[in-house]
Design a protein around this ligand. Structure first.
Ligand SMILES: Nc1nc2c(c(=O)[nH]1)N[C@H]1C(S)=C(S)[C@@H](COP(=O)(O)OP(=O)(O)OC[C@H]3O[C@@H](n4cnc5c(N)ncnc54)[C@H](O)[C@@H]3O)O[C@H]1N2
Ligand code: MOO
Length: 327
């Protein structure tokens, strides 16, 4: 509902329509937009453009201004590792307050966006984010929105798990088990070590050991067990992941693991990847592509594993859409 008030009494009230200033031959444009909340310093400007009275919006008890609605919804969906921007023109931006992996509950984002007039836009889940990175924005579409819709968002967002959060990385060390007789014997130089050291360093993970057990299954299993026994939370086995007679890594990893999540991923490059766990420690079997392609299935899965988000076979199966990584 609109109501007319003298400008001096309008501080804190919501402008019901755009206000235009016209200086003949010089300027014609909007000075205040519809929805603007009048501040003390706006009063002289309003008087300058000849406004002694303005129309303000009267919100009923069942209505909310876009700014209040945006803030309420942002607070409801934001979890640990998220900071909120100031509200501006009915929008709040959610930013990472620490580095880690972005976790988004897709089902609840979908449910929230099914409410007419609500917009919650997020980055894709499970990507690495640095501190300060923008990860989502929330706003109502109309200037004035029914309070019940905002309350519906709040109740959808309630629960043990937040809708949007940044999970911090919890693994600091990794061990490399570089298989292949050609590398063990020095016929060719190891290229996996440098590639993996550099990749892991971007996540703050240090490579604490690297061994070259050749192609012997028992020797590879023993090397993995040694790293686990030393308390290293992440073991990366490279080479020997496909179908040649000398490809012993999958069986060797099975020998050291207590759960194999997957051998094979619906992603290319990196389809022959294995992920397994021994207790809380993760073991990857990394195929050749990880050495020569800049982005593979390993890059997709690593942030989550480093944040100790336990993966299941279904989590892997969901990655098929978007799993063609060379696009
Ligand atoms: N018939 C099939 N052939 C291939 C398949 C398949 O499913 N069926 N999968 C392909 C995929 S995908 C990949 S990836 C590759 C090889 O994967 P592997 O992990 O088994 O790799 P290797 O055979 O051990 O090595 C391949 C190549 O890379 C060199 N290599 C390995 N490790 C290192 C290292 N640390 N430093 C330098 N160079 C390394 C190795 O000497 C080989 O030349 O299989 C496809 N084929
Ligand atoms: O597993 Mo291979 O690494 O798909 O390219």
């Amino acid at each position: 509902m609109k109501r007319e008030v003298p400008v001096e009494q309008a501080v804190g009230m919501v402008l019901a329509h755009d206000l235009t200033r016209i200086v003949p031959g010089e300027f014609k444009g909007r000075v205040f937009a519809k929805g603007h909340v009048i501040r003390e310093e706006d009063i002289p400007v309003l008087l300058d453009i000849g406004k002694r009275h303005i129309y303000v919006l009267e919100l009923g008890p069942d209505e909310m201004h876009e700014n209040d609605a945006a803030l309420t919804m942002a607070q409801a969906v934001a979890g640990e590792g998220i900071a909120l921007s100031d509200v501006h023109e009915g929008k709040v931006v959610l930013k990472a307050s620490r580095r880690g992996v972005l976790q988004v509950d897709e089902r609840r984002v979908f449910e929230i966006n099914r409410i007419d007039g609500i917009s919650l836009a997020t980055r894709r889940g499970w990507v690495h984010v640095d501190e300060g990175a923008s990860v989502a924005g929330v706003r109502p579409i109309p200037l004035v929105i029914e309070r019940a819709k905002v309350e519906q968002v709040v109740s959808l967002a309630a629960g043990a798990e937040p809708v949007i959060q940044v999970r911090p990385y919890q693994m600091r060390q990794a061990a490399l088990v570089t298989t292949g007789s050609e590398i063990q014997t020095g016929r060719i130089q190891d290229k996996a070590g440098p590639v993996l050291r550099e990749k892991l360093a971007t996540y703050g993970v240090e490579v604490v050991s690297q061994v070259f057990p050749g192609d012997d299954q028992a020797a590879i299993t023993a090397a993995i067990r040694d790293a686990l026994a030393a308390g290293v939370p992440l073991v990366l086995v490279t080479g020997g992941m496909s179908v040649d007679p000398d490809d012993r890594s999958p069986a060797a990893i099975r020998g050291a693991a207590d759960e194999v999540v997957t051998y094979g991923t619906p992603m290319l490059p990196g389809s022959m990847l294995m992920l397994a766990y021994a207790g809380d420690a993760a073991i990857f079997g990394l195929p050749g592509a990880v050495i020569h392609d800049p982005v593979t299935s390993f890059d997709v899965l690593l942030p989550r594993v480093l944040a100790r988000v336990r993966l299941t076979r279904d989590d892997i199966a969901r990655l098929g859409v978007g799993g063609w990584l060379n696009a």
